[in-house]
Design a protein. Structure first.
Length: 488
């Protein structure tokens, strides 16, 4: 694409009339620049892309998009905000790929990963080629790739969507984080369906207040657009039981569909019955009722399933097929995942890393636990400190044997994080153990467990690493637990 043609999409007050080279790629990382690249200089938290513009030119960049003048031998186009401009240019350069996909976005504190996988499973069972972008990985048809952020930045995102289109993908499902919404990473994404799971405390290290956190989430629904395409309607799928849904309803012009358990909703679950083998409930849609017998466990799983059913239904998937797909799902990696080596007690690994998610998982376990409940729990470093005492208190309140340990301490002192957690244990009857080494904490719980006990290893779920300082170490809760069971 010619530079002039590309820049037309920015609607510059002063049109660019300089050189007009061919742009063969757009990059925001000078290390990826090649002959014919346009480099977009992004000023980040720790690195300023403007400082590497000269290096990019040496590697073959034929134009630079910047927020300030730079003394270079190639065209330098100045804009007020290169991050916003990057989203526009990426969408244009890759041919507006999301307009060629049925795109479903999911936001919320908890449940995004499970809900996205459930929806993707339903779509795949319809023989549709699908794409998935989220916390665990990016998947294009049958190809799986590692992902750095839950929601990639706009340039990577549009390139990924273009790759999906090239591979014949028809429908894409993605997790949409509050950070991504606030930073404009999803600008240019043409969503057909936006799903809200729930809103509880998390990421206050970034958003500072729950009000700001909620505002960021609301952007997904506001960005569904303000017009009605009757042949291709847009839907906001909202959790009727979460108070935040009222704000999201008011934020969108799209058709609103609700799901829930407690409040009246378009898709409602009643008569919920839980066992250690699964969950049964009655799905009520209008005057019709359908029996759901699923292998997923817990009330929180019911919410995720309801959201998935509603999103698939408005995506024109037959309800009978949706139910069949849901009932065949065995689980999602790292989400209430059983570790079984023939032992006579239960070991569960779950990603629960917020107060609400930890409480939900422990309450679910209490429904079927016959004896003791061990919980290994920690809190990540360089993240929201205010949730640390809350998680410790919940662990002590709902488990018989809580063990506080390290999660991903990052640059923080693990002992300082544990001290923050201890501040939440105010009841004199609460008893807990501190074992800073996560491997030793898991081993200790499994060595102590007797027949009928439950061991919950919370916080990391699917992650296969632990970050201590600046080092990333191989660490998989599931493998550590398995070794500990075998070593008994």
């Amino acid at each position: 694409m010619k530079l002039h043609k590309l820049l037309e999409n920015l609607h510059l007050l002063t049109p660019y009339e300089g050189e007009n080279p061919d742009i063969i790629s757009i990059e925001n990382d000078n290390r990826k620049v090649q002959n014919g690249s346009l480099l977009i200089c992004i000023k980040g938290y720790t690195v300023d892309g403007h400082d590497f513009a000269d290096s990019a030119v040496e590697k073959g960049a034929v134009a630079i998009l910047a927020e300030r003048p730079l003394p270079l031998k190639v065209p330098v186009i100045i804009v007020q905000d290169t991050t916003r401009a990057m989203a526009v240019l990426a969408d244009a350069f890759y041919g507006q790929p999301t307009k060629k996909l049925h795109l479903i976005g999911i936001t919320g504190t908890n449940g995004k990963t499970t809900t996205s996988h459930l929806i993707e499973k339903i779509l795949s069972d319809q023989k549709k080629k699908t794409g998935l972008i989220g916390t665990m990985y990016t998947k294009i048809a049958d190809k799986v790739m590692e992902t750095k952020n839950t929601t990639p930045e706009s340039l990577t995102l549009q390139k990924t969507f273009q790759h999906m289109v090239d591979e014949g993908v028809e429908a894409a499902v993605m997790e949409v984080s509050s950070h991504a919404l606030d930073l404009g990473r999803v600008h240019g994404c043409d969503y057909n369906v936006a799903v809200f799971t729930n809103l509880t405390q998390d990421h206050l290290d970034y958003h500072k207040t729950m009000e700001e956190y909620q505002r960021s989430k609301s952007l997904l629904f506001a960005q569904l657009g303000n017009t009605y395409e009757y042949s291709n309607p847009k839907f906001a799928v909202l959790n009727a039981d979460d108070p935040a849904s009222d704000m999201f309803r008011r934020s969108t012009a799209a058709h609103v569909i609700t799901y829930g358990i407690e409040e009246k909703a378009d898709f409602q679950a009643t008569n919920i019955q839980m066992t250690s083998a699964g969950t049964n409930f009655e799905l009520v849609i209008g005057k019709s009722k359908y029996s759901i017998n699923m292998q997923l466990i817990g009330k929180f799983s019911v919410y995720n399933v309801l959201a998935s059913i509603a999103a698939a239904y408005v995506s024109k998937i037959p309800l009978a097929d949706i139910i069949k797909s849901i009932e065949n799902v065995e689980g999602v990696s790292g989400r209430f995942e059983l570790v079984n080596a023939g032992q006579d007690f239960t070991v569960i690994v779950d990603y629960a890393h917020t107060p609400d998610s930890l409480e939900n998982v422990l309450k679910t376990i209490k429904h079927f636990a016959k004896k003791k409940i061990f919980v290994i729990v920690g809190c990540g470093g360089d993240r929201d400190r205010t949730k640390r005492p809350l998680m410790a208190e919940i662990a002590c309140k709902l488990a018989t044997d809580p063990i506080f340990t390290s999660d991903n301490p990052r640059s923080e002192d693990p002992l300082a994080i544990l001290k923050d957690m201890e501040a939440g244990v105010k009841h004199p009857q609460y008893v807990y153990t501190i074992i800073p080494d996560r491997k030793e904490a898991i081993k200790s719980a499994i060595q102590q467990a007797d027949a009928g006990d439950v061991v919950l290893i919370a916080g990391k779920g699917h992650e296969t690493y632990q970050i201590i300082g600046t080092q990333v170490y191989d660490f998989d809760d599931r493998l550590v637990a398995l070794d500990a069971i075998k070593g008994r």
